[in-house]
Design a protein around this ligand. Structure first.
Ligand code: IVH
Length: 683
């Protein structure tokens, strides 16, 4: 270490160590961001990085522009400077069909007689933002967007933050000047993560990875760009101070050798057949790729042939983009309807002006749930981007707010089920809203009856999915109770149903009438009430009547029924609040469903926590006195009106008066509500 006018100068060893760390870190970046094949754990990478940072902080003169610590070094800009491209950045002609691709191949054969078959390089057409990155003497000196093709924007500071872009070329014999061209893009995973974070913070989300990549690169503050999960993939070059290799394929491999990321999918293919095979294969794998692509790019592989073919003003004649059908389109929301699914989930669906997307006409798109509608702020009358990805249901991606008509109508969740009129319930903290008319709602009919009949519910042997379909579709069964009115003749009249099986089913129905309370509760198909919860309810409630009267969800929760939190309690209360459901249950009981009157185990008097205790309630409590009295009685206590020597406990609320005084004078134990709750919750 040497002192030099106040600044510390590192020793030769420090200098060597810093250089070594820079190379090491750059190599690990490459393995991680380009090859997706890290060699060392993240913690070890962090350690190397910190060591370099520490060295550079101590000896600022060791800090070089290509140091990995300098990816974010620049201050925010007020505007991007303009960059004139030394060679124009032109775009590609498109082929929308195999025929158009064959036509392209014929044109090339005509211009280059004797080359049959033409060798092409094939690679994905990434959906991102075109970028030109210039290296001089092996160092990244400038990065520019395509702009209008001849002038772009200087986004050097931002591109330096993209970890897959080398700040310094590696290997040997790189040219003094090298302009690489490629696409800056975002992986699906990175995009999802970015949007998730933005949504959680209540920020605007990006419609797709391409927009996200473009938006991230056009940040004036490189520190913002640095936090975006951007990648770079090179597909060509611009100005270059050496002669390129003989083929596109070999040249790209050479660039890769200098640390420039190229596509893992890069191949050489022969003639239009080879192109088609590659296109079809990538099309099949498209959804599984970690990034979005909108087609495949084919380029005549021999550079000499490229030169001979030349370019038009807009496109090279030696390359073509074979596009997948577009997956996004613009259209107008004509209305928003609410569909009720088989499980009662109420889903908003946009009815659209029909539009062609990816080769099919789309007239409806899902809006998923009301939270999504609010987040995307979709209104009736809005122009929206819709997307259809493969077999996935088309969805509304985003709204073009600038095209919103003044009379656009916001969307609201209906309070009643559009199918059956029962209340729509959305338990606190839940995303999905549900129709509460489970036993009655036509939309849920088949599901409700199938569940009712299932083995762990009413166990109606022989009543499977197909038969339920038939029964409902023929109008014979509209609700579970209808099952018990079926006659053997009616059944025998159904397709694929013989007399024997009809008789068997009637018998199975008869048998199922004798059941257990827990099974019956489970069979009702109350959302979120599985077998365990049904068991728990059955042991805490004396019968269906008591359960039905329990409209107050807090009360259900308060009973301390195992496994019942506020959401499930709300579902149960919501279910029984529907007269439709209560009537359907009434009809089931009238049909003869019954279960043995097993006293709930917790009700055997001695086992109850307050068995044999006499209690008095006074003052103002958090809930009606009757309710508290009922809870105490359930717990085995005798509740009386007056305090006496026989009183074991006085439950005293606020503003308790004479009873409290009397209890104090008699030495009766006094409990407030918290203590009472503790007492009741005791096992
Ligand atoms: S070659 C002269 N190859 O698609 C050749 N372009 O319309 C010009 N793109 O803006 C481009 N992946 O950003 C080429 N593998 C690929 C590509 C690709 C995506 C973009 C490029 C350009 C547009 C062409």
């Amino acid at each position: 270490m040497v002192e030099n006018g106040g600044a510390l100068i590192g020793s030769d060893a420090d200098r060597e160590r810093a250089a070594r760390l820079r190379t090491e870190i750059a190599r690990h970046n490459y393995r991680y961001y380009v090859l997706d094949d890290p060699e060392i754990p993240d913690a070890e990478y962090d350690r190397l990085f910190s060591e370099l940072q520490a060295l550079e902080t101590r000896y600022p003169e060791l800090r070089t522009p290509d140091s990995p610590t300098q990816r974010v070094g620049a201050a925010p800009l007020s505007a991007f400077a303009q960059v004139r491209h030394r060679l124009p950045m032109i775009s590609l002609a498109n082929a929308m069909s195999d025929d158009e691709l064959a036509e392209f191949d014929r044109r090339i054969l005509a211009a280059l007689p004797g080359t049959d078959p033409v060798i092409y390089t094939a690679e994905p057409k990434l959906d991102g933002l075109a970028m030109s990155i210039r290296y001089e003497a092996g160092l990244l000196v400038q990065a520019a967007t395509r702009g209008d093709g001849s002038t772009g924007e200087d986004v050097t500071a931002n591109v330096r933050t993209v970890k897959s872009v080398p700040l310094r070329l590696v290997g040997e014999a790189w040219p003094a000047v090298l302009e690489v061209r490629g696409e800056v893009y975002m992986t699906r995973e990175g995009f999802d993560r970015l949007n998730k974070g933005a949504a959680e913070r209540g920020e605007r989300v990006f419609a797709n990875p391409r927009n996200a990549a473009a938006g991230s690169l056009r940040q004036l503050d490189p520190r913002v760009t640095a936090m975006r999960p951007l990648r770079f993939c090179c597909y060509g070059w611009g100005e270059i101070s050496i002669d390129p290799d003989e083929s596109q394929y070999a040249m790209l491999q050479r660039l890769a050798g200098w640390g420039i990321p190229i596509s893992k999918e890069l191949r050489q293919v022969e003639g239009p057949d080879g192109c088609r095979t590659y296109f079809d294969d990538l099309g099949r794998r498209r959804a599984a790729l970690p990034y979005e692509i909108d087609g495949v790019v084919f380029k005549v592989d021999r550079i000499a042939d490229q030169t001979r073919l030349g370019a038009t003003a807009r496109h090279p004649k030696w390359a073509i983009a074979r596009k997948f059908p577009a997956q996004e389109a613009l259209t107008v929301v004509e209305s928003v309807e609410f569909q009720v699914g088989r499980t009662g989930a109420v889903t908003p669906v946009a009815r659209l002006q029909p539009v062609q997307v990816g080769g099919v006409t789309v007239a409806n798109a899902t809006l998923h749930n009301i939270d999504e509608v609010t987040r995307k702020d979709v209104r009736v009358g809005d122009t929206v981007v819709i997307r259809r990805a493969g077999d996935v249901i088309p969805e509304v991606v985003s709204v073009l707010v600038e095209r919103r008509p003044p009379d656009a109508v916001p969307v609201e969740m209906p309070a009643q089920c559009p199918v059956c009129g029962s209340d729509v319930l959305r338990p606190p903290g839940e995303v999905v809203a549900r129709c509460t008319g489970g036993l009655y709602c036509p939309a849920q009919r088949k599901q409700a009856i199938r569940h009712f009949a299932s083995r762990r519910a009413m166990d109606i042997e022989g009543l499977g999915e197909k038969l339920v379909e038939q029964l409902v579709d023929s109008g014979l069964v509209r609700e579970p109770a209808d099952l018990y009115r079926l006659t053997a003749e009616q059944l025998a009249g159904l397709e694929r149903m013989g007399e024997k099986s009809a008789a068997n089913l009637i018998e199975a129905l008869e048998r199922s009438k004798s059941t257990r309370f827990a099974r019956f509760i489970f069979a009702l198909g109350i959302p979120d009430v599985g077998e365990t919860t049904a068991q728990a309810l059955a042991s805490r409630f004396s019968g269906i009547g008591e359960l039905e009267r329990t409209r107050d969800s807090d009360f259900i929760g308060d009973r301390g029924v195992k496994g019942i939190g506020p959401v499930v309690a709300a579902e149960i209360a919501g279910f029984f609040a529907q007269a439709h459901n209560r009537e359907a249950i009434e009809r089931l009981l009238a049909a003869g469903i019954h279960w043995p009157d097993t006293p709930a185990p917790a009700k055997t008097p001695d086992a109850l926590p307050l068995a044999g205790k006499t209690m008095v309630i006074t003052g103002t409590l958090s809930r009606p006195r009757e309710e508290i009295a009922a809870r105490l009685q359930d717990a085995g206590a005798k509740v009386t009106n007056n305090v006496s020597k026989k009183t074991d406990y006085l439950i005293a609320g606020e503003a308790a008066g004479s009873k409290l005084q009397k209890a104090q004078s008699l030495g009766v134990a006094i409990l407030d509500e918290t203590m009472l709750n503790a007492l009741l919750d005791r096992p």
